[in-house]
Design a protein around this ligand. Structure first.
Ligand code: FAD
Length: 440
């Protein structure tokens, strides 16, 4: 008997799962699938919860669905309420396993988790599978990535690079090894199908009629099952065709794709989105809406590649730039978090974020710019607040966008300042958004 431990990270799905496939086909006879959930009271260096109640509830729904799907294949998923460095070596010892297989995540916190497992004597086989395009298929080695997005995109398009076709879900899993209940108990483990997360706040956003992504409702549940159904309905209603015209909206489910929450947990694979968009294009014709979705998914890849290129340097206060670092405006930051800066559009956005866990791309830009360029708050505190609040928090996209607006990434233009008054005139001319959040 040879057991391999499979550690689900930000890839809570069975479709298009190259890491799981590697675990299933690597010669093991048994598979021990686990998830490690951070303790609910873990705080950021800025003094608030790293994972707020919105994301806890959304992830719990993803785990329940994944647990049920795996149980149906004969290998129920367990959720350990312990750090991976505690849970995985203990489980590996209990079942005599030497190897852990998991998703490769090129961000410092996540890499430290893997390093801790290796230091504990485990072999860790990581598989990169969160991007649309494979880094190895790029026209350059990762160290020579263009510093600006546009030449990156143009070169990718010229080279006509296509993503790998998505893998089908496995039809069977290897059987689980026997693990004594004492071991599970010591790790605070429970079957994934029973995971509650922040049970008291489940449906929090679903109960707020103002939410643009009412997670917890039947249309926006965090599961892989719903993620795939969401993609089907999005294309069946031909919303991809109107995406370019509507994507700067501020309210409602349909102005943008809302793929991001499921992409962030991994319940939906970007390659699955791309393959279905291609089929849609074949059946219903190409247009600039579909092209723009590709364009945005390329931004998502670009921020992933930046992490492969620069790693820890993206997390310095100065980022990649040599710009001086001003002291953090602590009080301004607190007012910003609470939606009490006195700037109506920014305050409305920050209230929406805290109440629902979701915010349009337009208002993420406006709010981030205001913290950095008007309040002179530390961009890393803003990024940490978004991490805490966003239901679709994605380490690469969040860090990359904050760096970009702060002018501390690769872009040479020195940051983006959005004038909130002009933004309100352009995108909330009748004031309805600000009235909805009580700031006008
Ligand atoms: P759509 O407009 O429908 O776009 C389709 C997909 O393209 C998205 O699901 C997303 O995967 C990708 N995409 C779109 N815009 C961007 C972008 N600017 N950067 C990277 N990928 C993009 N996105 C996250 O997924 N997680 C984050 O933590 C996150 N933090 C952000 C922080 C700031 C300060 C800013 C300005 C943007 C951030 N974004 C983040 C990017 C973007 O706002 C969201 O991806 C988008 O609003 C999600 O809604 P949607 O799925 O309807 O997007």
């Amino acid at each position: 008997m040879r057991t391999v431990v499979f550690w689900f990270r930000n890839d809570l799905r069975l479709h298009d799962q190259p890491a799981l496939q590697a675990a299933l086909t690597g010669g093991a006879t048994h598979l021990l699938p686990v998830v490690c959930q951070p303790p609910a009271d873990e705080v950021t260096p800025w003094g608030f919860a790293r994972v707020g109640p919105h994301r806890q509830a959304f992830v719990a729904a993803a785990l329940r669905d994944l647990g049920a799907r795996m149980a149906a294949l004969g290998n129920p998923l367990q959720v350990c309420h312990a750090a991976p460095a505690t849970a995985l070596p203990a489980l590996a010892r209990a079942v005599g396993a030497a190897t852990v297989v998991c998703e490769d995540i090129a961000a410092p916190y996540e890499q430290a988790e893997v390093a801790a497992l290796r230091a504990a004597g485990l072999q860790v086989h990581t598989v990169w599978h969160s991007s649309l395009l494979q880094p190895a298929d790029m026209p350059w080695p990762v160290a020579e990535l263009p510093a600006v997005f546009t030449p990156f995109r143009q070169a990718v398009e010229r080279a006509d690079i296509a993503p790998p076709a998505p893998l089908p879900p496995p039809v069977s899993l290897l059987p689980p090894p026997l693990v004594s209940s004492d071991v599970w108990e010591a790790l605070g483990a429970m079957p994934a199908w029973a995971e509650q997360g922040a049970a008291a706040t489940d449906n929090l956003a679903g109960r707020d009629p103002r939410s643009s992504f009412p997670y917890g409702t039947p249309a926006c549940d965090g599961s892989e099952t719903l993620a795939l159904a969401h993609l089907v309905q999005y294309l069946a209603r031909k919303l991809a065709h109107s995406y370019k015209a509507t994507r700067n909206g501020l309210t409602g489910l349909d102005y943008s794709s809302k793929f991001s929450p499921w992409l962030a947990t991994g319940a939906l694979s970007p390659r699955k989105i791309h393959a279905d968009l291609k089929t849609f294009e074949r059946d219903h014709g190409a247009n600039d809406g579909i092209y723009w979705l590709w364009f945005e998914l390329l931004w998502r890849d670009y921020f992933r590649l930046l992490h492969l290129q620069y790693g820890m340097a993206l997390y310095r206060a100065r980022g990649l730039s040599a710009l001086p670092v001003a002291p953090h405006n602590v009080q301004g930051f607190e007012r910003w978090c609470q939606g009490r800066t006195g700037e109506p559009l920014v305050d409305a956005a920050m209230r929406e974020l805290a109440s629902t866990g979701y915010l349009s791309n337009r208002l993420r830009q406006v709010a981030a710019s205001y913290l950095i360029h008007d309040l002179h708050g530390d961009w890393r505190a803003g990024a940490a607040w978004f991490e805490s609040q966003l239901v679709d928090y994605d380490v690469y996209s969040n860090q990359g966008n904050w760096l970009y607006i702060a002018g501390r990434g690769t872009d040479p233009r020195g940051g983006r300042r959005f004038n909130p008054i002009k933004q309100a005139q352009d995108h909330d001319a009748d004031g309805s958004y600000r009235r909805m959040w009580g700031t006008a």
